[in-house]
Ligand binder design. Structure first.
Ligand code: NAP
Length: 564
């Protein structure tokens, strides 16, 4: 249960309580309001209703410090219960809609987000200090994700239809008619991520995948950008009204402490969890989910240092340009990407020395950048101290820290033996810091790779002459990472059908899935088999009249669908 009173912790600058003791207030429904550009209200979104609560908090300006208006309601037990009850009630009506109707809903969300124009971008900029150009790109990605899932819904590939027709004459036993499809798992709790206020927040990839699957969502907004969350929530609610979705398909709960997220994951009406953030929080939520009387799956994307392995011929031929590209990838977005290249592995030699010198020079010229929040900046500073404390040598730092939450890029180095003796050196320091691991020989490089935890990505920088070594390393890299890149950089994740943004723990809690790309829908689906059903009782897409239009396997044979 959520504790009724705000549990503000000392030094938690995000959480400001304005007043307490006021009664909860239900406001009019949303549908008739034309409020695309109306000022933010700070209310919670419980299905179609808006609700205020006496517990309030405010976003904190990451660049200048100090609260940003307005104050936002923090959800308590009552709001959580109302949102989960609505999501539970919406599940059957929502999942029963034809896929094309859900696709319309996703397309409408995309259109509503675009209609908000500069209002959304300016608020996201104020709350995150991310540059407007970056946010514009992130909005395009968000809209693109929603549209991609809409197209996926219409294709029907995700339905996973299989038919094994009855074989009444089969000896020694007849076979009954068996048909399979995938159904959604139920309401999903989605946690907004701080580092993607649009693409991995209220209407981000997890939300798009869950809504596409047929799951109502209850979003726990990230407390660092509640205004951005409100803008996007308005877009979803307006789209739900315009496309006549059942009430409860979407709710947004905000709160500045962990009790809300914990209670949301513990609620028996929630059937899966999607999360992007810290390892500590992801693991805490996994424990809550596993400790429920009926445990549920948590798809948490947490921590990755994304090793980049510089192979000898690549270093010999282009160490200088590799160094510049590496520093650009490392410092992009003040290093606040889950795919940030936090470890470089290479063999000692002239090529590596050239790379290190050039990388140090490029890094020294990098200006400090404002991080997303005071907490993330504090964690970054502690991460640098941990690396130094574990014996990493500081090779170079970016230009001196600016005020507030400005982070200075940092490049460290260790001999491979140190990393093998102190595995904590390979833990993520979220931000623009990386560690070059110098290996005396190939065997040592292999040991370093083996010592690494699960990763979202692993990158090989190589030339043709490096192929034998690359072939040697690939089996271990496949075991470690969800995506393996050759001659590019891990930051920048294409949203498409073939993408895997996942990987073994702690990159994610479940390396069998991805949180980016259309395959992400699979996380919220499960197969059901229908045996001996008369046609009239089968789900529509498995009936004789509809089956030919969807892709399916018929008696094992793959058949393409023929859309109307
Ligand atoms: P976070 O601390 O993991 O918080 C993410 C969300 O989880 C917030 O809504 C937070 O709610 C909630 N939460 C945190 N601890 C919880 C717990 N024990 N139980 C239930 N819910 C919990 O992430 P953050 O605030 O974005 O940044 C903190 C650190 O996370 C960063 O410094 C970085 O190290 C890491 N991070 C990593 C990635 C990545 O992609 N690898 C991305 C973002 C952040 P409250 O804030 O209300 O507690």
């Amino acid at each position: 249960m959520v504790t009724p009173a705000r549990t503000a912790t000392a030094g938690d600058p995000r959480a400001i309580i304005l007043r307490a003791g006021e009664p909860s207030l239900s406001l009019p429904t949303f549908e008739q309001e034309d409020e695309i550009h109306m000022a933010l209200t700070g209310e919670l979104f419980i299905g179609r209703a808006r609700r205020s609560t006496p517990r309030r908090f405010q976003a904190i300006d990451p660049a200048r410090g100090g609260p940003i208006e307005p104050a936002f309601s923090a959800a308590g037990a009552e709001e959580l219960d109302a949102a989960c009850a609505l999501a539970h009630a919406a599940f059957d009506p929502y999942r029963s809609l034809p896929p094309a109707r859900r696709a319309e809903f996703l397309d409408a969300i995309a259109a509503q987000i675009l209609a908000q124009g500069e209002d959304l971008l300016q608020r996201a900029h104020a709350e995150t200090a991310l540059p407007l150009a970056r946010l514009e790109g992130e909005r395009a990605r968000t809209v693109g994700q929603l549209r991609l899932f809409a197209a996926e819904l219409r294709s029907g590939a995700w339905l996973g239809l299989r038919v094994d027709p009855a074989l009444p004459e089969r000896q020694p036993l007849p076979r009954p008619d068996l048909r399979q499809r995938k159904i959604p798992c139920g309401p999903v709790a989605v946690f907004g991520a701080s580092n993607f206020p649009l693409a991995f927040s209220v209407a981000g990839g997890d939300s798009a995948a869950a809504l596409a699957a047929g799951c109502p969502i209850v979003v726990k907004g990230h407390p660092a950008h509640p205004g951005t969350s409100e803008w996007v929530a308005r877009a979803i609610v307006a789209a739900a009204a315009a496309t006549e979705m059942p009430e409860g398909v979407f709710s947004l709960l905000n709160g500045p402490d962990v009790a809300l997220g914990t209670a949301l994951v513990a609620d028996p009406r929630i059937r899966a969890v999607a999360f992007t953030g810290s390892r500590a929080a992801g693991v805490a939520l996994m424990k809550v989910a596993a400790g429920r009387p009926e445990p549920i799956a948590v798809f948490a994307e947490m921590s990755s240092v994304n090793p980049v392995i510089l192979l000898p011929a690549a270093l010999a031929s282009r160490a200088g340009s590799l160094a510049k590209e590496f520093v650009a990838s490392l410092t992009l977005g003040v290093g606040q990407f889950c795919t940030n290249p936090g470890i470089v592995v290479a063999l000692e030699g002239e090529g590596l020395s050239t790379f290190i010198d050039a990388a140090a020079e490029a890094l020294r010229a990098v200006q400090p950048g404002v991080m997303l929040s005071e907490g993330i900046h504090r964690n970054y500073t502690q991460g640098l101290e941990r690396l130094a404390g574990e014996g990493a040598q500081l090779l170079a730092q970016g230009a001196a820290d600016g005020a507030g939450n400005c982070a200075r890029a940092a490049l460290f180095s260790v001999p491979a033996g140190s990393l093998l003796a102190h595995p904590a050196l390979a833990e993520e320091a979220f931000g623009p810091a990386s560690l070059v691991v110098r290996c005396a020989h190939v065997r040592e490089a292999q040991q370093v790779i083996e010592r690494l935890e699960g990763q979202l990505t692993a990158t090989l920088q190589m030339e043709e002459a490096d192929q034998p070594l690359a072939r040697q390393l690939l089996p271990a890299l496949e075991r470690k990472a969800g995506r393996i890149l050759i001659n590019s950089w891990p930051t920048g994740v294409e949203v498409c059908h073939a993408m895997v943004h996942g990987g073994p723990f702690p990159a994610t809690s479940d390396g069998r899935s991805t949180s980016v790309g259309t395959l992400a829908i699979e996380r919220f689906l499960r197969p059901v088999c229908y045996q001996g059903f008369p046609d009239a009782l089968l789900p529509a897409e498995l009936r004789a009249a509809q089956l030919p239009r969807w892709p399916h396997r018929f008696d094992g044979e793959l058949r393409l669908g023929r859309p109307d």
